[in-house]
Design a protein around this ligand. Structure first.
Ligand SMILES: Cc1cc2nc3c(=O)[nH]c(=O)nc-3n(C[C@H](O)[C@H](O)[C@H](O)COP(=O)(O)OP(=O)(O)OC[C@H]3O[C@@H](n4cnc5c(N)ncnc54)[C@H](O)[C@@H]3O)c2cc1C
Length: 153
């Protein structure tokens, strides 16, 4: 009745099935929970091209977010809302398109290390919060970034 380690009998079919089961499933960034996402891009009231916004999120492998105004308008789902009454992020990087940077929104990105703001208003609070600011129309920057990513791919 002694307990001794034994090698299981060789079974290539079982080992192959186990390897498949243990390999991580590919994760679609759009399906990652906002509070678990490492890289988030978000659309605010300055965005009108939501198809372009979603295309860019997919191309970057970023999880999409939104300001409350955008969710209130029904342009993007409530689950995407970033901020005090939405989701507080734990991301490393956050890119805000056309978001003013209201205090309730900024509370959602308090711990984010790298913030990029795209805004037509140089004096927007989001630009003050950002490490990198692009003072331009979001509708011009979205396709330009997509084109650049396409060219690099
Ligand atoms: C109790 C309470 C809780 C709240 N909780 C939240 C919350 O959780 N999350 C949240 O987001 N808000 C929240 N809000 C709302 C918040 O106060 C702001 O109203 C909201 O964040 C503004 O959203 P926005 O920046 O997208 O829109 P706006 O304030 O309308 O700003 C739009 C920005 O886009 C810029 N812009 C305009 N056109 C362009 C363009 N073509 N290209 C680039 N930029 C452009 C403008 O310069 C401006 O900075 C809360 C408010 C209250 C009272």
């Amino acid at each position: 009745h002694a307990a001794e380690p034994v090698d299981p009998p060789a079974d290539p079919a079982r080992d192959a099935a186990l390897a498949v089961r243990l390999s991580p499933l590919p994760v679609e960034a759009a399906n990652v929970r906002l509070d678990e996402a490492g890289f988030v891009i978000a659309a605010g009231n300055g965005v009108t091209d939501f198809a372009g916004f979603r295309d860019l999120a997919r191309a970057l492998g970023a999880t999409p977010g939104a300001s409350r105004v955008v969710c209130d308008a029904g342009a993007l789902p409530r689950a995407m809302q970033v901020g005090a009454s939405g989701t507080v992020l734990n991301a490393d990087c956050y890119v805000a398109f056309g978001i003013s940077g209201a205090p309730q929104h900024l509370q959602g990105i308090g711990t984010v290390e790298h913030v990029v703001a795209v805004n037509t208003d140089l004096h927007a609070a989001m630009i003050a919060r950002a490490d990198l600011a692009v003072v331009a129309d979001a509708q011009a920057v979205l396709p330009a970034l997509l084109a650049r990513l396409g060219a690099e791919a």
